[in-house]
Design a protein around this ligand. Structure first.
Ligand code: NAP
Length: 316
């Protein structure tokens, strides 16, 4: 029902590692938090095939499975996870109001963990051929490229990690990077360079994505020589970074020029009772473990905030 109103003590926006860790801590503080999943349970981590650097899983764990474990653990202590999407926040009075697909939530404290979305190349043909050969998620779409030729754009950890994942399916994986040096960790670079299916095209950008019904080729340009070439491929995976999901908070919370929410060392935003954690507030580390840590810290601080509020309003 569109006008249904629900009152909660703690509302968490987003159900990635930050949101579900915040929910776990808030639930254990008996605040009965509600988590709104937004578009996707598990956040970006759920798009990662295998997470090998989250402590406690020496053999690694699938992104989806880790998200499910986070959820199960938070629910065990009373967190409610709702498949609902927030559209608007009203911070003009307490409790704060959040309008969602299902109605309106009124909350004493808000923890924002809405994460970030993959950046696009913004070249002709990219949008039209998304889902028809162009993808931003190897875990979701890698399987479609069994014995096919795949190109990857990017030079960071994501590009390398996902390129290596796609080698399971594709006949060849060509990583196209705009420079001749990579940001990716030395270990990932070593694995990729030693992989027999991997090829590299350096100092090169994609200027156009070409195809009628489906992707057929890329137009490439060497940024040093200016030489233009065509590169036939069945798949194109783009991993060139992310943009924070903070549009809803524009003009309402302080943010950086790039749109990341500003928080202090207690995960407090510019408004009392509003906290942020994970990639929405972290352009630097962006790891599952750091996001989970930020989520826990945000919930601890939200608990302290609510306790102080209660003490201030209770009769002496
Ligand atoms: P990133 O580190 O920001 O790398 C983005 C890459 O895309 C860079 O190589 C960049 O080139 C390139 N790029 C950016 N805009 C481009 C454009 N318009 N056209 C062509 N290339 C473009 O992003 P990420 O790889 O998604 O990683 C984000 C963060 O998550 C990092 O901190 C990373 O360490 C972390 N991460 C960690 C793991 C792991 O530890 N296993 C896995 C995934 C991600 P330049 O190098 O020239 O700028």
């Amino acid at each position: 029902m569109a006008d249904q109103e629900k009152q909660v003590k703690v509302l968490v926006l987003g159900a990635g590692p930050a949101g579900l860790s915040a929910a776990l801590y808030a639930a254990r503080a008996e605040l009965e938090p509600t988590v709104l999943t937004g578009m996707q349970l598990g956040g970006q981590a759920a798009l990662t095939h295998m997470i090998e650097n989250y402590p406690g899983f020496p053999e690694g764990i699938g992104g989806v499975q880790l998200g499910e474990q986070f959820q199960k653990q938070a629910e065990r202590f009373g967190a409610k996870v709702e498949f609902d999407m927030a559209h608007e926040v009203d911070f003009s009075q307490r409790p704060y109001k959040v309008t969602t697909d299902s109605g309106v939530y009124k909350t004493e404290a808000l923890i924002i963990t809405t994460g970030a979305n993959p950046l696009h190349l913004e070249v002709p043909g990219e949008e039209e051929l998304t889902g028809r050969g162009v993808s931003y998620c190897a875990t979701c779409d890698g399987w479609f490229f069994k014995d096919k030729k795949v190109a990857i754009v990017g030079g960071g950890d994501s590009a390398f990690e996902e390129a290596l994942f796609i080698t399971r399916y594709a006949s060849s994986v060509t990583l196209i990077h705009r420079r001749d040096e990579f940001r990716a960790s030395v270990l990932l670079q070593k694995r990729a360079k030693e992989h027999p299916k991997m090829n590299f095209i350096l100092d090169t950008v994609v200027t156009e994505v070409v195809g009628k019904e489906k992707l057929e080729a890329l137009k490439l340009k060497n940024v040093k020589t200016g030489a233009e070439t065509d590169f036939a491929t069945d798949g194109l995976f783009i991993f060139i970074g992310h943009a924070p999901n903070s549009q809803m908070f524009k003009g309402k919370l302080e943010m950086t020029e790039l749109g990341y929410l500003k928080v202090n060392d207690k995960m407090e935003t510019s408004l009392p009772g509003v906290f942020a954690a994970g990639e929405i507030a972290d352009p630097t580390f962006r790891q599952v473990v750091t996001s989970a840590g930020m989520g826990a810290a945000a919930a601890i601080q939200a608990t302290r905030y609510l306790e102080a509020e209660e003490a201030a309003h209770s009769p002496a």
